[in-house]
Design a protein around this ligand. Structure first.
Ligand code: PEP
Ligand code: MG
Length: 585
């Protein structure tokens, strides 16, 4: 009998393939024997993991230096001393060499042995060291595993990825060629994992809580990214039904796709600029350059997340240069590093926070960690010499932050002028509007920036106080909340009054139901996951501005998110079915 599980539809499409379970926690520790030739590699892996773990402890120590007492600081010193203990290291290397096992198994064995010794000691202080040892061991294991996860090869078989969550760093390490669906136990529609799945064009489901307990690896499944259903061991009729549905959907997509090269104007001739959101240069290969006005959001943090250490200025420069070269005379909007929240960097272990999305993330990290920020700004400025680059600041919360960033850009530019390094002297600086407070002080920010871009994914999260990554409250996360419409109206008016362009780069820019509302509210620049561009264009081309404004007026009278959604859904569906009947487009 088939088993049906319900989740949140996170990326559209249907996938039919066996499911493969991935372990994203530390319970699963790969343990294997190795050949004589592999001994050196495993020893090297262990040494690198120890270095990475000490780097992150050093970082934590530095970070907490001002906020904790010297006594507590000693904990970190003790952990560092353990990590650099020559006997411990020699013991682990000896296990690799003599027992011919991988680094993870050696680490696990030796830590367990030492732990028992510490725990059996009379002295309470010594017994406490067992906890330190465990923590240190866990950190070294985390470094080793971050690398171990990078070796999944599907062996030529299509598969559906299943795990607790799909980490942005996974995109670079799973076998993408055969990945045809993603299902996670956690998450929601607006998480970065879902955004990533949509940009990869892979159907995805989130919040399927039982996926890891009820479905074994290798089980054939059907994943329906439209209705949010996962069917394990489908019956023949179910499989046939979904196979038919899949081909129908592909046919519709193919027809809508043909709209993509038609002019991007409303039915009454108002120009609408459609930009792409990308997660790295790799995405550029999938986009037809002449289809987009430019790159409205280049999420630079993804390239950081796929690596094992911070990219150097030259490496960043090369990545930005490639994007600018791809774009020709079109704009590329580089958003500065937006890590933290649901985008951790494996090698930059930040202190644990109770509310990470309200914590140390985005621009806050860049400003507290100037080396990072300077390096990135310099790399973007150097690349800007080759075309049209813009800098976009994430998570802006105060005017002072923008002022400081402007100073940094100016200081670096002045240095570059002195040293004769080429760059765009008039590079534009923009702020993301994604923290509600900033909407209220937008007037004060306008003189400091050249443009703004509205990040509705976070704006909705903060406006409604609903975590975008928490399945328990996913039903409360809705961009159709009347409050968002009012806030968007205010943003549009403020930007227009200040003569600055305001684009939308959150997921609603690619939600074709939302298109008439955004146009009616005055937004003319929409930046989205490229896969959604044809359908947004279809709506924009079919509708008049007058109708968009009417819809905004009607929506403004409504008090419920679901009424507003129904209003625009009906409108979009009518346009859609007329198109399929060949009556518009
Ligand atoms: C947003 O918050 O809307 C946004 C575009 O940024 P991200 O999704 O990367 O947080
Ligand atoms: Mg954001």
């Amino acid at each position: 009998m088939s088993l049906k599980l319900k989740g949140i539809a996170a990326a559209p499409g249907i996938a039919i393939a066996p499911l493969v379970r991935f372990h994203s926690d530390m319970d699963y520790i790969p343990s294997r024997t190795v050949s004589d030739e592999e001994v050196a590699t495993e020893s090297e892996r262990l040494a690198e993991a120890i270095t990475a773990a000490s780097r992150s402890i050093l970082f934590l120590r530095h970070e907490l230096a001002e906020s904790i007492a010297a006594r507590e600081m000693k904990i970190y010193d003790a952990q560092l001393a353990l990590l650099h203990d020559e006997t411990l290291k020699a013991d682990m290397l000896a296990v690799i060499e003599q027992d011919k096992v991988n680094a993870e198994r050696a680490l696990q064995q030796v830590i367990a042995r030492y732990e028992t010794v510490f725990e059996d000691m009379e002295d309470i202080l010594m017994r406490e060291r067992a906890a330190d040892l465990r923590d240190v061991g866990r950190q070294v294991m985390a470094s080793l595993m971050a690398r171990e996860r990078s070796v999944y090869i599907a062996d030529g078989q299509d598969y559906i990825f299943a795990a607790e969550e799909f980490l942005p760093s996974d995109a670079g390490v799973v076998d993408r060629e055969h990945l045809c669906g993603i299902v996670t136990a956690r998450g929601g529609k607006y998480t970065h994992a879902a955004i990533l799945a949509r940009s990869l064009g892979i159907p995805a489901l989130a919040a399927v809580e039982a996926v890891l307990t009820k479905i074994e690896s290798g089980t054939p499944v059907i994943l329906d990214g439209e209705s949010g259903v996962l069917i394990a061991n489908p019956e023949d009729e179910e499989r046939e039904l979904y196979e038919n549905r899949k081909s129908e959907q592909e046919e519709t997509d193919r027809r809508v796709f043909e709209v993509r090269f038609l002019p991007s104007k409303t039915a009454d001739g108002v120009e609408v600029s459609l930009y792409a959101n990308v997660e790295g240069t790799r995405d550029l290969n999938q986009i037809e350059q002449n289809l987009v006005t430019g790159i409205g959001l280049f999420r630079t943090e993804f390239a950081f997340m796929e690596r094992r250490q911070f990219p150097s200025e030259d490496e960043q420069f090369e990545m930005y240069r490639q994007a600018i070269e791809w774009a020709g005379d079109k704009v590329v909007t580089f958003r500065t590093l937006d890590i933290g929240g649901d985008k951790p960097l494996g090698y930059f272990r930040t202190p644990e926070e109770r509310n990470p999305v309200l914590g140390w993330r985005g621009l806050r990290i860049s400003l507290d960690w100037p080396d990072l920020f300077y390096t990135q700004i310099r790399a973007i400025l150097r690349a800007s010499a080759g075309g049209h680059a813009r800098i976009l600041l994430p998570m802006v919360t105060s005017v002072a932050e923008v002022r400081r960033c402007r100073e940094v850009v100016d200081e670096i530019r002045a240095d570059m002028v002195r040293s004769g390094e080429e760059h765009d002297e008039n590079i534009e600086l923009g702020a993301m509007i994604e923290v509600p407070a900033i909407v209220h002080v937008m007037d004060d920010i306008m003189p400091l920036v050249d443009f703004v871009s509205v990040g509705t994914n976070d704006l909705v999260q903060y406006l409604l106080a609903v975590d975008r990554d928490n399945p328990r409250v996913a039903n409360l996360y809705t961009p159709y909340h009347p409050a968002l419409l009012r806030v968007l109206d205010q943003i549009s008016r403020t930007a227009t009054a200040a003569g600055r362009s305001a684009s939308i780069c959150g997921e609603i820019a690619g939600d074709h139901y939302f298109t008439p509302l955004l146009l009616g509210l005055g937004f003319r620049e929409l930046s989205m996951t490229p896969v959604f561009l044809p359908r947004v264009k279809l709506i924009a081309r079919t509708i008049t501005m007058q109708r968009c404004e009417e819809l905004v007026t009607e929506a403004a009278k409504m008090t419920e998110a679901k009424e507003i959604r129904q209003l625009v859904k009906d409108e979009a569906n009518q346009i859609w079915s007329e198109f399929l009947r060949g009556e518009n487009g």
